[in-house]
Design a protein around this ligand. Sequence first.
Ligand SMILES: Cc1cc2nc3c(=O)[nH]c(=O)nc-3n(C[C@H](O)[C@H](O)[C@H](O)COP(=O)(O)OP(=O)(O)OC[C@H]3O[C@@H](n4cnc5c(N)ncnc54)[C@H](O)[C@@H]3O)c2cc1C
Length: 286
Amino acid sequence: MSINFAAFSNQDIIAALQAQVATGDVLTDQDTLYKYSDDQYSVVDQVVLPLAVIEAATIADVQAVLAVARQYHLAVITKATGTSVVSGSRGRSGAVILSLDRMNHILEVNPDDSVAVVEPGVINNDLDKAAREVGFFYAPDPGSKNISSIGGNVSTNAGGMSSVRYGVTKDNILGVKVVLADGRLVTLGGRTLKQAFGYDLTQLFVGSEGTLGVIVEITVKLSPIPMGTPLTGIAFFKDMADLAKGPGPCVVQVSTQPCWKRSTQQLWLLWTVLKARTTLTNTRRC
Ligand SMILES: Cc1cc2nc3c(=O)[nH]c(=O)nc-3n(C[C@H](O)[C@H](O)[C@H](O)COP(=O)(O)OP(=O)(O)OC[C@H]3O[C@@H](n4cnc5c(N)ncnc54)[C@H](O)[C@@H]3O)c2cc1C
């Protein structure tokens, strides 16, 4: 159910959105509202329909939506692929959902500068695959890598197994373009690791979950693909001190949960060991 504000009718708001959003679509049919309001990963069952869903296709569309929202005092929920497990991108009464699914273009993959520039709706794995075609890869690898977007990853500072070696999303983001609540577009950060002046506003947006603005373009750092063949294995350690002696340079995931009904005293360690030569080579190249 949508709220009717005293000063503005829902028809006025939708008409304004339709007039201002030039390339994308303003959708109000019940099926679409329901589809975008729900997400299968949320712990909350209740679905609340918004006033409209806007499928933005360009930065200008995003600017238009935020400008109209400001004019009509609307809440805007930015939605990428909706894999957030905390209901961050679900529908809300009287709000509009701003979908970035269609802004899914890889704008640049540049092996010379070790960077890529993407629209927010690009799926993590698609960027990674494109980078691998030129000898690089995109390191942040949340479990949702195949289904979540780079914009969503930045907004939640997502990370996975590779974070032990390469850091989480915040460690792999060089710059962003953001549309602020009044529709203004700002560019933060850049393409280089060395950006030592002023406040680090890029990092302010990492993990901000859409509360500060809408991220519409992202410049990411790419890493060279390590040479050699990764090996996978499982090892057991009797305590943390033993684990700390460690298996050497590797990527690890540690669990203190019992594994295959073994004693809870044991620690389960799953690791992908890079050959020593590979790790050294890779370290030099990074
Ligand atoms: C099977 C599965 C495995 C997962 N594994 C991991 C994991 O290993 N590590 C981990 O960290 N998380 C994990 N997650 C959680 C989830 O995948 C991440 O939070 C992911 O980064 C969300 O991306 P999304 O594209 O789905 O964003 P959404 O869920 O659509 O949005 C997430 C939040 O960011 C905001 N947002 C999205 N895009 C933008 C934008 N462009 N500008 C501003 N705000 C925006 C939304 O409003 C919302 O608040 C997992 C989830 C699932 C379902």
